[in-house]
Design a protein around this ligand. Structure first.
Ligand SMILES: CC(C)(COP(=O)(O)OP(=O)(O)OC[C@H]1O[C@@H](n2cnc3c(N)ncnc32)[C@H](O)[C@@H]1OP(=O)(O)O)[C@@H](O)C(=O)NCCC(=O)NCCS
Length: 155
């Protein structure tokens, strides 16, 4: 199985926040942002393995600034690391006030996905080919996080 570079599965997903995404004060629900993060992460993982994927874990993260109705939310997702069937995706979310052009950092997080075969069993994914020193650093850090996730799971 030939490896694939990180750039081959990178995703940018943008969506305008609508009234149904928010509470009565116009603040967008955290769950709406989380869903977009999972969608973008899932697309990146699926692009890498070109098969069915499921979300195995979402690491803890914080919402750093509020998002309002009318903001354009952009989610950037890219693979950090792959194991045999598992993949870690790093996700960065920002919100743009379209009237002023101000962009705020909403959240960043890590999500783990597992690639499945047609019978729903974990399936091998292509190797991830780092292209830069930054890619190599992210890969090493992601491997550590995956070890921590599995340790948590065993507990
Ligand atoms: C994720 C899932 C496929 C793992 O299946 P499993 O039978 O436990 O499989 P295994 O123990 O053989 O692990 C398979 C891979 O998943 C990884 N994995 C399992 N649990 C994990 C976790 N919590 N975090 C990160 N990776 C995990 C393993 O490390 C292994 O990776 P590797 O092949 O790269 O070594 C299974 O638990 C599942 O289907 N969960 C529900 C997923 C889902 O429906 N998500 C949507 C939200 S409801």
């Amino acid at each position: 199985m030939t490896g694939k570079p990180i750039s081959a599965s990178r995703v940018v997903l943008s969506q305008i926040m609508q009234p149904l995404d928010a509470n009565v004060s116009g603040n967008v629900h955290g769950g709406v942002i989380l869903r977009l993060m999972d969608e973008a992460g899932g697309v990146a993982a699926t692009r890498h393995c070109r098969a069915r994927t499921v979300t195995a874990a979402i690491d803890s993260f914080s919402f750093l600034s509020p998002v309002y109705v009318g903001n354009l939310v952009t989610v950037k997702a890219s693979l950090n690391w792959v194991g045999h069937s598992s993949m870690e995706v790093g996700v960065h979310v920002e919100a743009e006030d379209l009237r002023t052009g101000e962009i705020t950092h909403t959240a960043s997080g890590y999500l783990a996905y597992v690639c499945l075969d047609a019978d729903g069993r974990p399936r091998q994914v292509p190797a991830l080919l780092p292209e830069t020193d930054e890619d190599r650093r992210r890969m090493a850090e992601a491997a550590e996080r995956q070890r921590a996730r599995l340790k948590m799971r065993r507990r």
